[in-house]
Design a protein. Sequence first.
Length: 510
Amino acid sequence: MTSSLFRGRPRRATSHISVRVAHTLLGGLAGVVWLVLPGMMFDDGAAVAGTARQVQAQEDGSSAADLVLPLLVVGAAGAVAGYTYVRRTRRARTRTTPGGALAAPWTPSAGELDAQAQALLVTADDCVRTSRAELGFVEARFGKSAVAPFTAALRDAEGELRAAFRIRQQYDDGVPEEPAARRHALAGIVGRCEEAGRRLDAEAAGFDRLRALEKGPGEALEIAEGRFRTLAGRTGTVEALLADWHERYAPSATAPVTGHTEQAKDRLVFATLRLNQSRQCADRAETGKAALHLCAAEGAIAQAAVFLDGVERLGAALTDAEALLPAALTGAEADLARARERLADVPSGEPWARILHADGALAVVRDERTAGPYDPLGALRRIVRSVGPLRSEPTAGVLGAAALLVGRTALSAADDVVATHRGAVGAVARTRLAEAARLLTEDPAAADEYAAEARDLAEQDVRVHGNPATEHESGVAGAILGGVLLDAETPATFGGPRTRAGGLGANAPL
C-alpha cells in the first residue's frame, strides 16, 4: 500500500512548478518596468540648457516611449502563455493516473453487468405495473381521450420491457454463447429497461398536472372511496364462492387462490386508513399529504381487486374446464388412435412410449372423474401434456382449446402473484412470466409450463422474503410487500425510476 507521504509528493511538486512559473513571470514584468521607468521620469527643478540638450531629451523620451508598448505586449503574452501552460498541466494530470498514463474507463465485470440487468428488469416491471394501475383511476375520472398520451407512453414502455425480457430469457437459455455477445445482450437489457423508464418519466409531470392533486383530492378521492366500497362488498361473496368450491373440487383446484381473500382484506384495511387520512388532510388544507395518502390508498385498492378478481376468474375457469373435459377426453382418444395408425409399422421406440404414457394419463383422468371431487383444470392439464407431443398442431381442435384455457389460467395465476408481491419477486420469475405471455397463443402448452415455473419461483421469493400481510394491523407491511409503498411512507406512482427517486410530494412527508 502506498503511504500518505508518497501520495502527497506529486501534489507538492505541482504546486512548486506553479510557484516557479509565477515567480518567473513576475520577475520578467519587474525587469520591463525597471528598464522603462527611468526614461519616463524627469527632474522638475532642472533648467533646460541649450537647444542641443532639449533635442536630446526629446529623442530619449521618444525612444523610451516607443519601447513601452512592445515590451508590455510581450510581457502580457508571456503571462497568458504561462497561465495557460499551468492550467493545461493541471488538467492533464487530473485526467491521468499517477504514472502519467490515461486512466482506462471503468468496465463492469460480467457478474456486475448481470446483476445490473436483473435489477433494472425488476424496477422497470414495477414501474410499468404501478403506472398501469394508476392510469386506471385517472381514466375513470377523465376518460380515455384525456389519458391518451399516458396510455401511449405505457404501451411504449411495455414494448421495451417485453423486448428486454425476451433477451433475458434467451440469455438464460444460453443464447448467445460467446462471452462478448453475452455482454452485449446484457447491455441490451439495460438499455431497453432504461428506455422504458425514460418513456414513463417523460409523461409523469403531465400525468400529475392532469390529476392536479396538489389542489386537493376532490373527485379522485370520491372515486377511490367508491371502488373501495365495491370491493369491500365483494369480499363476502368471494369467501362464499371459495367455501362452495372447497366442497365441489379437490384441494389442488383452489390452491392458486389460497389466502387471496385474507390478503385482499389486508390491502383494504390499509386503504381504509389512508383514505381516512387523505380526507382529514384535505379538510385541513394539507393537500400535499392528502395526495400522498390517496395514492397509497389507490395502490392498495388496485391490489385488493387483483386478489378478488383472481378468485372469480379461477371459478369461471374451473366451470369451463369441467364442461370441456368430456370433449377433451374424446379428442385425446381420437388423437391416440391416429398416432397408433401412423406407427403401425414401427414396433417400438419413443413414440410408442409416449402413447403408453398418454393412455395411462387418460385412465387416471377417468378414474378421478368417477371417484369424487377432482380438479378439472388439473385433469385438462394432464391430458394436454400427455397427448400434446403426439399432435402436429398444438392449437387446433378441442385439445387446442383445452391447452389455451389451461395456459391462460396458469398465466393469470402467476401474474397475480407477481403483481401483488412485487416487493419480493425477483427477475427470474418475472422473466419466465413474460415468456409465458409471449407463448400463450403460439404454444399454449409451453406457456402453461413457463407460467407454472414463474409462479413457483415467485412464491419461493416471497417465502424467502417473508409474507407479513397478516402480521401488521395497519396493513403497511403488506403494502410494502405488494409494492404499493416503496418504503414505510412513500407511495409508488405513475412514472419511471427517476420519478420514483424524486417521489410524489417530496416536501410533504406523511
